[in-house]
Design a protein around this ligand. Sequence first.
Ligand SMILES: *[C@@H]1O[C@H](CO)[C@@H](O)[C@H](O)[C@H]1NC(C)=O
Ligand SMILES: *[C@@H]1O[C@H](CO)[C@@H](O)[C@H](O)[C@H]1NC(C)=O
Ligand SMILES: *[C@@H]1O[C@H](CO)[C@@H](O)[C@H](O)[C@H]1NC(C)=O
Ligand SMILES: *[C@@H]1O[C@H](CO)[C@@H](O)[C@H](O)[C@H]1NC(C)=O
Ligand SMILES: *[C@@H]1O[C@H](CO)[C@@H](O)[C@H](O)[C@H]1NC(C)=O
Ligand SMILES: *[C@@H]1O[C@H](CO)[C@@H](O)[C@H](O)[C@H]1NC(C)=O
Ligand SMILES: *[C@@H]1O[C@H](CO)[C@@H](O)[C@H](O)[C@H]1NC(C)=O
Ligand SMILES: *[C@@H]1O[C@H](CO)[C@@H](O)[C@H](O)[C@H]1NC(C)=O
Ligand SMILES: *[C@@H]1O[C@H](CO)[C@@H](O)[C@H](O)[C@H]1NC(C)=O
Length: 835
Amino acid sequence: MKQSLRQLGTLLVSGTAAAAAAVASANTASHAYEFNSVAVTGGGYITGILGHPTEKNLLYMRSDVGSSYRWEEALNKWIPLTDFISGEDENLFGTESLAMDPTDPDRLYLAQGRYTTSNNSAFYVSDDRGATFTKYTAPFVMGSNELGRNNGERLAVNPFKPSELLMGTRMAGLMKSSNRAQTWTNVTSFPDAAANGIGLVFVIYDPVHEGTIYVGASVPNGLYYTTDGGSSWATIPDQPTTWDSSILTFPNETQPQSTGPQPMKGVLASNGLLYVTFSDAPGPYGVDYGEAWVYNTSSSTWSNITPSTSNTSPAPYSNQTFPRGGYCGLSVAATDPNTVVIASLDRDPGPALDSIYLSRDAGVSWKDISQLSTPTGSGGYWGHPIDEAALDNGTTVPWLSFNWGPLWSGYGAPSPIVGLTKFGWWMTAVLIDPTDADHLLYGTGATIWATDSLSRADADWAPTWYVQAQGIEETVALAMISPSEGAHLISGFGDINGMRHDDLDLPQPMLGLPVFSNLDTLDWAGQAPNVVVRAGACGHDYGAEGCGQAAYSTDGAHGWRMFPSCIPGVNTSTDNAGVLTVDASGAYFVWSAAATDVDVTLESEYSVVNGSGPYASSDGGQTWTSPSGLTFQTANLASDKVQDKTFYAYDENTWYVSTDGGVTYTASQASSVGLPDNATGSLPVVSVKTAGEVWLALGDEGVYHTTDFGASWKAVSAAASVTAKLITVGAPKSASAPESLFILGQTSDAVTQGVYRSDDGGSSWVRVNDDAHQYGGIELIQGDPRVYSLDYSTSPGTSEPVAWLMIPAGLPVETGKGGSTTEPPLENGGLMRDN
Ligand SMILES: *[C@@H]1O[C@H](CO)[C@@H](O)[C@H](O)[C@H]1NC(C)=O
Ligand SMILES: *[C@@H]1O[C@H](CO)[C@@H](O)[C@H](O)[C@H]1NC(C)=O
Ligand SMILES: *[C@@H]1O[C@H](CO)[C@@H](O)[C@H](O)[C@H]1NC(C)=O
Ligand SMILES: *[C@@H]1O[C@H](CO)[C@@H](O)[C@H](O)[C@H]1NC(C)=O
Ligand SMILES: *[C@@H]1O[C@H](CO)[C@@H](O)[C@H](O)[C@H]1NC(C)=O
Ligand SMILES: *[C@@H]1O[C@H](CO)[C@@H](O)[C@H](O)[C@H]1NC(C)=O
Ligand SMILES: *[C@@H]1O[C@H](CO)[C@@H](O)[C@H](O)[C@H]1NC(C)=O
Ligand SMILES: *[C@@H]1O[C@H](CO)[C@@H](O)[C@H](O)[C@H]1NC(C)=O
Ligand SMILES: *[C@@H]1O[C@H](CO)[C@@H](O)[C@H](O)[C@H]1NC(C)=O
C-alpha cells in the first residue's frame, strides 16, 4: 500500500510541483513538495454515497464541509476531488448535491456551497470524473452544512438529454440548466412549494418515460410530478398527508413536528416503483417520527412499508420509551427492484438505536440488519464488535471505539457497550452498489461501513463488515503539537477528541479518558517533552474525580490523568476550554478560558476580557491562582520551551512576560519594545532551542522576532514584504542554521496566500503548498522541531522540510455535543501533511 500512497501523492501534485519549486531564493532551498493526508480515516459526517448506474466501481461520496471524493478501486481508497479550492472560496468546500450523467460515466457535477447566508455557490463540472473541473457560479444559494443536507439528490441529469439538469434548491424553487450547469433558469411552472430554507430535496428523471420527472419538497404533501417535461406539475395523488396514528405510540410524549410526513429521499426502481422515505423534520438531527412508502407509478397506488413489529425480523427491540425516529437513508438494487434498504434516523437515545433494514419483497417484510449484526447481549444498543472496525486489508481504525467514554450530552458517538462500536448514527447515506448488490455501504457521523455479503442477512446471519473510508479525511484539527520526543504529531479534533499519531499513515486510537467532544488546546513541556497537556469540551461531570475538561500525561500522551480542578469559567457546559500551557519543566501550568477561534484573526474578539488573567498552578492543578500584571483572559498565551516557569502573552497591544510560573507578569506597551501598535495581538510562537526567542505573526504588519524575552523586537523581513496570519517553527536546515519558519500568509514576490518557508530566519521565503493544495483554506500550521529533512514516502534520499497543515473547520452552526438531537459542534476539514 506504500505504493498506492505514492501514487496518490504523485496524482495530487501532478502539474503543480514545478510551480511549487519555481520561487527559488538565495538562502531558502526549494523543494518539490508532495502532500498526503495524515490518516485519521473518515472523522466526519458523510452526507451522500452514490454509484454510477452502469460503470462498475464508479462511486462518489459527498460531505457537508469536506467536499467530495471518488472511489479509486485501483488504489483501494477515496480520492479528494476539490483540494484546489482556495481559502477565499472556503464556502465552496462542501457539496450540496452531486450528479452523474447516466449516459456518460466521465461526466460529473458538483453543486458546491456550505451556507445559504454566503453569497458564494457554484457548480463544478467535470468531463473526466473529477480529475479536472470547470467552475460556473450558481445564481442561487446552497447549504451543504445546513438542515436537510442528508436528503437528496437535489441535482439530476436528464437521461434523454444529458445537457439538461434540474436542481431542487433551498430558496429559489426548481431551477433548470440546458447547457450542463453553465446557466440556470427558474422553472416557473413548478408550484411555490417549499420556501422554507430546505426547499426541494430530490429530483428524479424517469429513465424510461421521457418527460416524467418526480420532485420531493420538504413539506407535507410535498411530492410532485410532471409527464410533459415540466410544463405542468401536480402533486402525486394519494400520497400520505397525515401521520399513521398507529406509529404515534407515545401520544403524551413528543408529537410529530409536521402535520404530515415530509419527503426525505426517493428512488425510482427499474419496475416503476417509487420508494420514498419520510420524516417530520428535515434532519439530520431533531427528527422524531417517520414512515416509508412505495408508489406504483403505473397503478398510482401507495403502500405503507414502514418497518413495524408485524413485518420486521428479528422483532423490533421492545422497550423504547421515546419517539421511534424518522426514515431517510434509502437505496434500491439496480439489478432487483424489490431489493431495498432503508435506514431509520434519530431513533435514540437509548436501546434500539437506529437500524438499517433490508427487504427482498419491495418492503412487504424487512430484516433488521443492524440487529442481526450485533452480538447478543447488547441490550438493544446495536453495534459492531470493535474488531470489525478495520479496513478490508486488516488495518484497524481503533479510534472508532471512542474509548467507550461517557456519552456526550446524554447521547453521542461512544457506545455504552464495551467491546462494541456504535452501528451508526446519522446513517442517511446508504448505497447498494449498483453493479454488486451484495456490496452495501453506509455512512455515519464518523465513517463509512461496508459489507460484501449483504445476502447473509437473508439467512439471519450477520453480514461481514469492514470500514471503507480510507482516503476520506474530513476531521477538524483544532490543535496540533510536535514535541521534541515521542510521537511527531499529537492532534486535537472537533467531535473525536484527539490522537497521538505514532504512524502518520495509519489510523490511531483515540487519546484516553477523559474523552473530549472537542479537543481545543494542546501543549508540551520543552525540557520534559513527555509531559503533554490538553483541554477541551466535555459535558460529563466527573465530580470529585477531577476536572473532565483538562488532562495531563507524563508519558508522551499514552496515559492521561484529569487535573484535580478546573479554572473558573471552564466547566461541563463550556464549549471551548480555552488555552492550556505547561512550562519547560512540566511542573507549572497556565490556563486561560479565552478561546482561540479556529478562524484565527488578529481581532480582539477572541480575547475574553475578564477580571482575572490566565490562571496559574504549581501544584498539578489542585489550585489555580489569579495572576498580577495581566488582568484578562487571553488566548494568545504560550510557554517558553527552554526556560522554566516562563510564559508569554501578547494582546491588546501589550507584551506580557512571566518568569515565575504565571503568577506575576511584566507588561510592555507594543511601541516601547519595537512592535507595531496596531496589530492588537497574536499567539506567541516560541523557539524550541533558545530561551527567550519568540515570533509573532502580525498579519499585514509582518512577522516580528525577539531573542531577549520580548524586551526588543524586529521585523524579520523588509517592511510590507511579508504578511502572516500564522507562524510555526521547524527544525533548522543544518546545525548552524536558524530554526526554519513556516508562515501562512503572503510574500511580496508572490500573489497567492499560502504556506511559505524560510531557512534563514525570514530573509527569504519559498512557497510550500501550491494551487492544487489549498483545501478550502488552511487554519493551523505546525512545524516539526526534530526533522528538517524527512521523507515519508518510500523514495529515500530526498530532502524535504516538514510542516503539518490544518485544514479548515466547518464552524459551529448550532451548539451541542454530537449525536442525533443536536448538531456536532464542528465537522470535517482535515489534517494534511506535506511529505
Ligand atoms: C491497508 O490500507 C491502508 C489504506 O490504504 C494502508 O495505509 C495500509 O498500508 C494497508 N495495509 C496493508 C497491510 O496493506
Ligand atoms: C452575490 O454575488 C454576485 C456575483 O457572484 C453579485 O453579482 C451579487 O451582487 C452578490 N450579492 C450580494 C448580496 O452580495
Ligand atoms: C421561481 O418560480 C417559483 C414559482 O413561480 C417562485 O416561487 C420562485 O420564487 C422563483 N424563484 C426565483 C429565484 O425567482
Ligand atoms: C395523555 O394525554 C391524554 C390526552 O392528551 C390525557 O387524557 C392522559 O391523561 C395523558 N396521560 C398521561 C399519563 O399523562
Ligand atoms: C403496479 O401496478 C400494476 C397495475 O396494477 C401492476 O400490473 C404491476 O405489477 C404493479 N407493479 C409492481 C412492481 O407491483
Ligand atoms: C427491555 O425488554 C427486555 C425484554 O424484551 C427485558 O429483558 C429488559 O430488561 C428490558 N430493559 C429495560 C431497560 O427495560
Ligand atoms: C460554567 O461556566 C460558565 C461561564 O463561566 C458559567 O456561566 C456557568 O454558570 C458555569 N456552569 C456551572 C455548572 O458551573
Ligand atoms: C471571570 O472572572 C470571575 C472572577 O474572577 C470568574 O468568576 C469567572 O468565572 C471568570 N470568567 C471567565 C470566563 O473566565
Ligand atoms: C500599522 O503601523 C505601521 C507602523 O508601525 C504602519 O506602517 C502600518 O501602515 C500600520 N497599519 C495599519 C493597517 O494602519
